[in-house]
Ligand binder design. Structure first.
Ligand code: C2E
Ligand code: CA
Ligand code: CA
Length: 677
């Protein structure tokens, strides 16, 4: 039989009311069946046969292994074959009683809640009661089978009765899911019908054959049993396959494909007042667990995470594992406030560590929340929005972030901005500006850093900080970086021959195994000496996947491209990284430089970074040099290169030659404020 299995949410009033309603219908219809059976009598019921089949029914229901879970939606067991057979044997009231009993036994064996128990028993009783009433309507009281031949009239009664059982059961489950998942009834009916058809219908169809054969000769039973078993196994296999296609094998949650399907379906069916919340969850430091404790422990963490996550969510929430350590949730009909509250509750539920193989392991996650349709008109857009929020939650270690739009100045949301990126490449809306890096010993131009600007037709110039981070979370960063490379190489002839070109590379680029090879090929094709190119990569890009990053860096350096660690001091810089990562230069983050004079500690840190780098044979660039005092301070520390507004803001390529012609601060003694000495 097909029984609904989603977790019931006891707090949901309409749901409780629905369960009560089904229970009342079950009692009323069963009583009517009982009364009618008493009134008309039940002919000559073969009680031995009834007992045998009833026994089989209870046994199959009580054996959980006979059942197969599919989706969040149900179970298939062979019990409908036995239940309907009992109905046809002539005592519908007894059939209902046995089936209700079997259902309760099954729910007790599976330790389901009382609401589930009541609902399931009521559901099967009601279905069978309506089937019985159909038989009565045809004047069938008692066994309908002449062992030798079945009359057309009885045949029709029997078929209709089966159809009524099937439909009643389907409608009750459909209604339950409507309450639970807030989907439209028809959507559920369309979805569920195919699965129910294969399983329940085949089981119901076998019942009459079972009854007839048994009465012809007990010898038929093993033969029929074999056929029935094959039908059952085939149906089960079909469900298995349907299940596997939609589920993640490790956690048994929905997979990415199925989650997107659920989103699409919701987007297609819902109206604006009936929105939904989408969460994206990403475990913090999962990679570390996996690397240090092995994949087996990693798998257990994911499984337990999935279990605890599901338990922390309200009934009816759709939960999926998108891949790796990323999960997603769809809560239909939630307002933004409710969604935020649910997300915070989920986050709090991971306050206690998981117990994995006896070890306490933290499973904290960062959660991004976005609302449909406020934050995007398509599922893809809302997912991006949730992703952006999740990324924020990670960056600020805030646990939960609800997506915010871009701000009042831009009525365009970030997400639609992101949607513009692809078109912007095509329409050449991106500009590269170049900012000089001066060799502090000679005062001459050593390199320029290419910095991206977006000339947006509506929003004007947009700084990279506003869209690079977004693009990095999507596949768009690939084409964007290729485009920047191509543009910069076209500008290269405008630079003095001795000047290097520094390009910023995203974490996401380094995770692409082919990135280094392809970039080197582009240089080769353009006839550019690799030594003229420098790549700036951030510490966090390395931290994301050190192994992949290392391979890429080695490949670049082997070819002669130099590599700089950008924003040094802000990310996860550790001595281990400096030990294991061979680079050419480090670039001290501008937050240290612009505030160099604010505290002695800060000044000491800069000096120590310069020392450390030099001991390791690395050059040091200071970025964000805005005034001469800091320049002097850096000169005293022996810093190699300086970049900042003091020399120049980022400028168009045709302005670089004029800047290159000058000698910066090195030759003349410089007035200083004492701090420099
Ligand atoms: P970044 O790599 O740290 O780049 C330096 C940023 O500091 C630039 O901001 C630059 O304009 C700014 N800056 C330079 N000198 C000074 C100064 O003296 N004072 C102050 N306050 N700021 C200064 P911008 O151009 O807005 O770029 C921001 C970030 O966007 C960059 O940080 C980089 O991470 C990213 N980015 C820029 N262009 C690209 C690109 O082509 N590809 C990638 N992947 N990222 C890029
Ligand atoms: Ca940079
Ligand atoms: Ca930087």
């Amino acid at each position: 039989m097909t029984t609904s299995t989603p977790q019931l949410a006891p707090s949901k009033r309409p749901l409780d009311a629905f369960i009560a309603f089904v229970a009342i219908v079950a009692v009323v219809t069963s009583t009517v069946v009982f009364a009618l059976e008493r009134h008309h009598g039940n002919g000559s019921v073969n009680w031995i046969l009834f007992g045998a089949i009833g026994f089989l029914l209870v046994v199959t229901e009580a054996t959980p292994s006979a059942a197969l879970r599919f989706g969040s939606e149900g179970l298939v067991t062979p019990s409908w074959a036995f239940a309907f057979a009992l109905l046809l044997l002539g005592s519908p009231a007894s059939a209902i009683a046995v089936m209700a009993f079997a259902s309760m036994i099954s729910d007790i064996a599976s330790k389901r809640g009382i609401d589930r128990l009541v609902f399931n028993a009521a559901q099967v009783s009601t279905s069978l009661a309506f089937g019985s009433l159909t038989l009565f309507a045809f004047g069938v009281h008692g066994p309908i089978f002449d062992p030798i031949r079945l009359s057309l009239h009885d045949g029709i009664a029997m078929i209709l009765s089966g159809v009524v059982v099937f439909l009643t059961n389907g409608i009750i489950i459909g209604l339950l899911l409507t309450f639970l998942e807030r989907k439209r009834f028809m959507a559920i009916a369309r979805q569920g019908l195919m699965l129910s058809m294969t399983a329940d219908a085949s089981m119901l169809a076998i019942a009459p054959v079972l009854v007839v054969s048994v009465q012809v000769s007990p010898l038929m039973v093993p033969l029929l049993g074999t056929t029935a078993l094959l039908v059952f196994l085939t149906a089960r296999q079909a469900l298995h396959r349907a299940h596997d296609a939609d589920h993640d094998p490790l956690t048994q949650l929905l997979n990415r494909r199925a989650f997107l399907g659920a989103l699409e379906e919701f987007a297609a069916s819902s109206t604006h007042e009936n929105g939904a919340a989408i969460f994206i969850l990403d475990l913090d430091k999962f990679k570390e667990v996996n690397d240090r404790l092995g994949h087996r422990v990693g798998d257990h963490v994911l499984q337990q995470f999935a279990t605890r996550l599901t338990a922390a969510l309200p009934g009816g929430a759709v939960v999926a594992r998108l891949g790796g350590d990323e999960f997603a949730v769809l809560v239909r009909g939630a307002s933004a406030d409710e969604a935020g509250a649910i997300a915070s509750r989920v986050h709090a539920s991971f306050g206690d560590p998981l117990q994995v193989d006896g070890f306490p392991l933290s499973a904290a996650s960062s959660i991004g929340v976005a609302m449909f349709p406020e934050h995007g008109s398509t599922p893809g857009e809302v997912l991006h929005a949730a992703d952006v929020a999740m990324y924020r939650a990670k960056r600020y270690r805030s646990g939960v972030e609800v997506f915010e739009s871009f701000g009042t100045a831009r009525e365009h949301g970030r997400v639609s901005l992101l949607a513009d990126v692809a078109g912007a490449i095509e329409q050449q809306q991106f500009e590269l500006l170049y900012q000089p890096q001066i060799d502090m010993r000679t005062g001459t131009l050593d390199a320029v850093e290419a910095l991206l600007r977006w000339e947006h037709p509506i929003h004007g110039t947009i700084a990279p900080g506003e869209f690079i981070g977004l693009a990095e979370q999507t596949d768009l960063i690939g084409p964007l970086t290729s485009y920047i490379l191509e543009r910069a190489l076209r500008d290269l002839p405008e630079l003095p021959d001795t000047c290097r070109l520094a390009l910023n590379i995203s974490a996401r680029n380094l995770q692409d195994r082919h990135f280094a090879r392809e970039t080197l090929d582009v240089l080769d094709a353009a006839g550019v000496a690799p030594s003229r190119i420098e790549l700036e990569i951030t510490e966090s890009a390395i931290a994301d996947d050190p192994e992949l990053a290392r391979l890429a860096v080695e490949e670049f350096r082997a070819a002669g491209v130099s590599v700089t660690i950008d924003d040094f001091g802000t990310g996860y810089a550790s001595f281990a990284m400096l030990r294991d990562f061979h680079v050419d230069r480090i670039k001290i983050d501008r937050s240290f430089i612009t505030s160099a004079q604010t505290s002695e500690r800060n000044t000491e840190i800069i000096g120590s970074i310069v020392d450390l780098a030099h001991r390791l044979g690395l050059e040091v660039t200071a970025e964000g040099v805005e005034c001469i005092d800091i320049w002097n301070l850096l000169t005293d520390f022996g810093c190699d290169l300086a970049q900042g507004f003091l020399v120049s803001r980022p400028v168009a390529i045709n302005e670089i030659r004029a800047l290159a012609a000058e000698t910066w601060f090195a030759t003349e003694p410089i007035a200083s404020t004492g701090l420099a000495s």
